[in-house]
Design a protein around this ligand. Structure first.
Ligand SMILES: [Zn+2]
Length: 484
């Protein structure tokens, strides 16, 4: 029997890992094992502990890995898979490979820091606590990546091929269309292939005004045809605001600077930060925001900007115009990129109004912690959230209006103004998902929802059944579903 087994991102939004086990068109042949995505579980401890559990098959038995995009909840378990003996090709788009080249080693570095912290504080059940993988192991895993262009067909085995199409989620993001040659009789030749679509994460719709934070390729691929769809459901119960965020952003910055404060923006270092910088530049050039110094404080920021500019083929027209007008952020006057901890400390000591963009985006670690510990107690400052804050994170606590927050073991009073702009999301919301699904050429025989909290998946299931008449099921962790 051929089947798909959901090894992650079932009942939650992290740990994406889906195994396609294909028994082939001729009897007796070894099954081909294809893994689609290989993400880290993140967030609550009960999920993170799954990063340590073994897979239901040996890593060596997996023939290849198809990677949809470079977010850690889709790629962050790759070094662990390689550590366990996987030696097959990892297929990804060129931009995804470039992004993984900075994100995976950084993730390894954080794993090592975590283990060192637990060993110092003796807070782990394990002695010594070990990293899931090291920075060096993450770097070593990069040798298995193979670049695949959008639209290029890759033959995995005589019976399985796939190609990438645009997902419009982040730079390099793709959906994987797999074609499986099945063992049906020749008389049914027209039906003798099964199409399986793994959506990965699905980006915003085409309209720049509805999704003003969006800068990559416009819209997920329309007109798909598939028999089986494995689909994300992050915002299966959500609508994003449709107002342009720029006037609100300009007002927040203007007010903060007028009262002599600074603006602190927690942002994911790759992609989200670059989008935000281009928006700031545009607002400064048009005189809507005062020309105060902007500090981009992330060790990965310069490399991330370089990758961003290298892959300009993926941008929307609006962003292409912005890049041709303003060039590289690295050369903009008044924009500073801090690489070393010393440079980071200097920003911290600055008494003059400025804008600090730093990571991690949910304040779970990284240099943003220093900036917030310093700036949160002063009511002249403003913190602006431009990304999703998962429940349980420090970012979530600050955003939800708590009076104080623990940073580096100390309670920090929150007196700064706290604001959030929700328009920057890289995920389609429910109306956008339904609009995209409406472009399909035919109804799939089965759709499995993954990558969503139970509430979101369940509401999307209902909406798809009502509005499209599709057969939709919510994937369960470790569940196997047959591929006919
Ligand atoms: Zn993603």
């Amino acid at each position: 029997m051929s089947y798909i087994q959901f090894l992650g991102a079932a009942g939650t939004v992290t740990g994406s890992k889906h195994l396609l086990s294909f028994s082939g068109s001729s009897s007796g042949s070894e099954p081909v094992q294809v893994l689609v995505d290989c993400g880290l579980f993140q967030g609550k401890k009960e999920w993170r502990e799954r990063n340590w559990q073994p897979l239901p098959l040996h890593a060596q038995e997996i023939n290849c890995l198809i990677l949809t995009h470079a977010h850690l909840d889709h790629c962050g378990w790759i070094p662990r898979l390689v550590k366990q003996g996987f030696r097959g090709p990892i297929y990804a788009t060129p931009a995804t490979i470039d992004l993984c080249g900075i994100l995976l080693p950084d993730s390894g570095h954080l794993q090592e820091e975590d283990a060192a912290f637990h060993n110092k504080k003796k807070t782990s059940r394990h002695n010594p606590a070990l990293p899931l993988y090291t920075m060096e192991e993450a770097q070593a895993s990069m040798q298995y990546f193979k670049a695949v262009e959008f639209g290029e067909t890759i033959q995995i085995s005589p019976d399985i091929s796939f190609r990438f199409v645009h997902a419009a989620h982040i730079l390099g993001s793709s959906m994987a269309e797999l074609t499986l040659r099945t063992a049906r009789p020749a008389a049914q030749a027209r039906l003798a292939a099964t199409q399986v679509l793994f959506t990965g994460d699905i980006g915003r719709v085409h309209d720049q005004h509805i999704a003003p934070g969006k800068v990559v390729y416009s819209g997920p691929q329309a007109g798909e045809a598939a028999d089986i769809v494995v689909m994300e459901s992050t915002y299966g119960n959500r609508r994003h605001p449709i107002e342009d965020p720029r006037p609100a952003l300009a007002r927040l910055i203007q007010n903060t600077v007028e009262r002599g404060g600074s603006v602190v923006v927690p942002a994911f270092a790759v992609e989200r930060t670059q989008k935000f910088l281009f928006m700031l530049k545009e607002l400064m050039e048009s005189g809507q925001v005062p020309r105060v110094p902007v500090y981009c404080d992330s060790p990965m920021a310069i490399k991330a900007v370089e990758i961003f500019l290298k892959h300009r083929e993926e941008y929307s027209d609006v962003t292409k115009q912005l890049i041709s007008r303003y060039g590289s952020p690295l050369a903009w006057q008044g924009f500073h990129f801090a690489l070393t901890p010393e440079e980071s400390k200097q920003i911290n000591q600055s008494k003059f109004p400025g804008i600090i963009v730093s990571s991690s985006g949910m304040v779970t670690g990284g240099r943003i912690q220093h900036h917030l510990a310093q700036r949160l107690p002063d009511p002249r400052n403003t913190v602006i959230f431009i990304g999703f804050q998962a429940p349980g994170t420090r970012g979530f606590r600050i955003k939800s209006g708590e009076p104080e927050v623990k940073i580096f073991g100390e309670m920090v009073p929150i007196r700064a103004e706290i604001a959030a702009l929700e328009q920057f999301s890289d995920h389609a919301d429910t109306p956008e998902l339904l609009e995209w699904l409406g472009t399909f050429q035919r109804k799939p025989s089965a759709t499995y929802l993954v990558h969503g909290e139970p509430e979101a998946a369940s509401q999307l299931q209902t909406a798809m059944a009502h509005e499209l008449g599709w057969n939709v099921q919510i994937a369960q962790w470790m569940q196997k579903v047959e591929v006919p």
